[in-house]
Design a protein around this ligand. Sequence first.
Ligand code: BTN
Length: 323
Amino acid sequence: MSMNQRILELFEQSDGAFLSGEEISGQLNISRTAVWKHIERLREQGYQFEAVPRKGYRLTAKPVKLDLARVVTGLETASFGRHLKYYDEVESTQTVAHGLVQEGAQEGTLVLAEQQNAGRGRMGRKWHSPKGKGIWMSLILKPGIPLQMTPQLTLLFAVALCRTIRGYLGLEAGIKWPNDLLIRGRKVSGILLESNAEDERLLHVIAGVGISVNLEPQDYPEELKEIATSLAIEAGHPIDREALLCRFLRDLEQLYALYREQGFAPIRTLWEAQSVSLHRPIRVQTAQGAVEGTAESIDESGALLIRLQDGSLQKLYSGVVEF
Ligand code: BTN
């Protein structure tokens, strides 16, 4: 039995009572620092502890697993999520999805995990994905569109998720270019598209979406506390992950069908209506340096058009927006 399991066993036996760090360290013959480290690791896995000075820790909640039967019966899609791979713990759902593509997985195949140990974000950043708290998913698409249109798909995902959050939860979500979803200025979701192309056409896209659903303030590491939030924090109550996922897949599939029929124009209009980046002074960090100006619109490829102080218009294809 691992040390984490032994600690959990002690809490199970304590029946909801407080256990001091000293008691745990004595019973398991480990230092108080080691006790603290194990508690932190358990928190990352979705266990919740109340910590009170001089009393110690109390186990208040255990990780909750997705009810897959509810997901499968709740799907309202033709293909998105109809092939579903579910994992308790993975490095990254993106990596798993890449493997499935090699094995011939079809469009709409969905990879879901309760926890990611090496969740990937845009621009080489990490994505915090604690157990049982979010929707950490990768969806396989085979759009067959020209490579330069990839940013359009990224924006499409942000529009769909924004609609879901507004429609299902009534929360005021907005899109920060290109595809961060913010509520009250804090990030609640991120989208990462990875693709393979041949002869300038997109063969397949692996669309990774991370939605911070039921994280509580103590689930965030220090560096994210001020800039990130979750749907549960914003709504003031825990969110039904299964229902949210089914609704998102439905909204996404509908929007994708619209895109296939009518092209990017309707998506662009919806994106601009939900954007929090437009018509205000912004600064964008790009690989070539910072660009400052007023964001005016996005063009037909999904690039951001910024009016610089000298009156000229600059196109940006990637970067991080700062207000
Ligand atoms: C970002 O905002 O930087 C994008 C974050 C994307 C995170 C999701 S979580 C599911 C999928 N698997 C990953 O490793 N990353 C994406």
